[in-house]
Design a protein around this ligand. Structure first.
Ligand SMILES: Nc1nc2c(c(=O)[nH]1)N[C@H]1C(S)=C(S)[C@@H](COP(=O)(O)OP(=O)(O)OC[C@H]3O[C@@H](n4cnc5c(N)ncnc54)[C@H](O)[C@@H]3O)O[C@H]1N2
Ligand code: MOO
Length: 395
């Protein structure tokens, strides 16, 4: 069996380079910028008042000043600014040449057109031209765009950007026992949960997801499902990956011509993970146990969806102090569901007693996956260990 690291490298190698499309800023958040965006603006475009008050000369702060006009945001003052004068000014207005200071209106006394400064502390309350960014400055690609990035691009007057096309991901649950949420399960049936969880993760990672009808444990049903998904960049199957008589995903995909890149990895849970390429699609075969499916999707599907959008392999590992002792580890790298307890320096991590790979209620309660390398010796409480924060991935 190959290692988790090796498997991830092979999964990422299934991703072709991203296709590029142009979108407007209202569609840009969560997309991956593929070409540097170049600012068409200098910001602020002029020296701007940072407070409501009066613009004047710092050197004349002790003198009575004559108020000769007004400037508001979008309404500049275009007159002369001789010595001994000030203007009324509002936040965001251009500060006229000659003045080098804004005093807040709370700190002045005004009688008619005469202004006296009552408190000269603070200041200068002027945002200098170009203090934020300058024309020609760049937002560097590749970059997963945040809401703040969208604001920055708008301020830069860049209305359209080149981003990676959203990967098309088809999610396929397989199994005769599965029915949809809302249906009434007959004896022996359960509700299909994994496909909805995995689809939600894929969508959050930027994919355009189609949730396929549940495939039955027959060759015909699986072949029809793969045919329906053939336009996808990535087909994610769930279940039917193990060694049972009804676990057909491997043999059906093989018969359809899949180039398998691996099957089974030294990971717990998630041993029966499979990956390969079928036609134009990458294929990830996740195990059916719900926790295994979601953990494999966290470790492999999310980075693959990132790679399909041109993102580099993510660093997910963080460090914590172990809250209890643990016995020696077995032959597979182990991902233990755990609670995180925050502290000022480093969090402590407390793995759950029960690590059953079918218990979704525990995964939903977990904050983190404690990562233990294969064959690691027993650990004392207080040891420093690696973990993956689920808030970064599937929560
Ligand atoms: N003899 C062996 N048996 C099993 C092995 C093994 O090595 N030798 N591995 C076990 C491990 S580990 C796992 S994980 C499972 C994975 O098996 P499959 O991928 O073939 O999954 P299924 O058998 O189809 O289902 C397993 C389990 O998960 C439930 N399931 C499946 N799909 C869904 C879904 N969409 N939503 C909710 N639950 C789902 C299914 O009902 C089963 O209970 O194999 C072990 N067996
Ligand atoms: O490897 Mo299975 O994925 O433990 O439940």
């Amino acid at each position: 069996m190959i290692t988790v690291d090796d498997a991830l490298a092979r999964v990422l190698a299934l991703a072709p380079g991203p296709e590029i499309e142009t979108v407007g800023l209202d569609e840009a958040a969560g997309r991956v910028l593929m070409q540097d965006a170049i600012s068409r603006m200098t910001q602020p475009p002029f020296d701007a008042a940072a407070m409501d008050g009066y613009a004047l000369r710092q050197a004349e702060i002790g003198l009575p000043l004559k108020v000769i006009g007004e400037a508001g945001a979008g309404h500049p003052f275009n007159g002369e600014t001789p010595e001994g004068t000030a203007i009324r000014i509002f936040t965001g207005a251009s500060v006229p040449q000659g003045y080098d200071r804004v005093v807040m209106q709370e700190n002045v006394a005004r009688e008619g057109e005469t202004l006296k400064i009552t408190d000269a502390s603070g200041g200068p309350h002027i945002r200098l031209r170009g203090g934020d960014f300058a024309e020609g400055d760049r937002v560097i690609a590749p970059r997963l765009l945040s809401s703040a990035d969208v604001g920055l691009l708008a301020a830069m007057n860049v209305p359209h950007i080149a981003v990676a096309r959203r990967p098309r991901v088809a999610v396929l649950a397989t199994g005769d026992e599965l029915v949809r949420p809302g249906d009434t399960p007959r004896e022996g049936q359960i509700i299909s949960s994994n496909d909805l969880a995995v689809a939600a993760m894929a969508r959050k990672a930027g994919a355009e997801v189609s949730l396929l009808p549940i495939a039955r444990d027959t060759r015909e049903s699986l072949e029809a499902a793969f045919a329906a998904a053939s336009q996808a960049d990535l087909i994610v199957t769930i279940g039917g990956a193990s060694v049972g008589d009804h676990d057909l995903v491997g043999s059906v995909t093989e018969a359809m011509g899949m180039e398998r890149s691996f099957y089974r990895i030294a990971m717990r849970p998630g041993k029966p993970l499979m990956a390969g390429r079928l036609g134009q699609s990458a294929v990830l075969g996740l195990p059916g146990n719900p926790v295994s499916a979601i953990i494999c999707a966290t470790l492999f599907m999310l980075p693959l969806i990132g790679a399909l959008q041109g993102l580099p392999r993510p660093t997910m590992i963080r460090r914590a102090r172990l809250a209890r002792e643990l016995p020696p580890e077995g032959p597979r790298q182990h991902y233990l569901r755990a609670a995180l307890i925050r502290h000022d320096d480093m969090p402590s991590i407390d793995p759950f007693e029960d690590q059953d790979s079918a218990r979704l209620s525990l995964l939903s309660r977990a904050d983190a996956l404690l990562v233990r390398p294969a064959q690691q010796g027993a650990l004392q409480a207080g040891s420093i260990v690696d973990y993956i924060a689920l808030s970064d991935t599937c929560h």
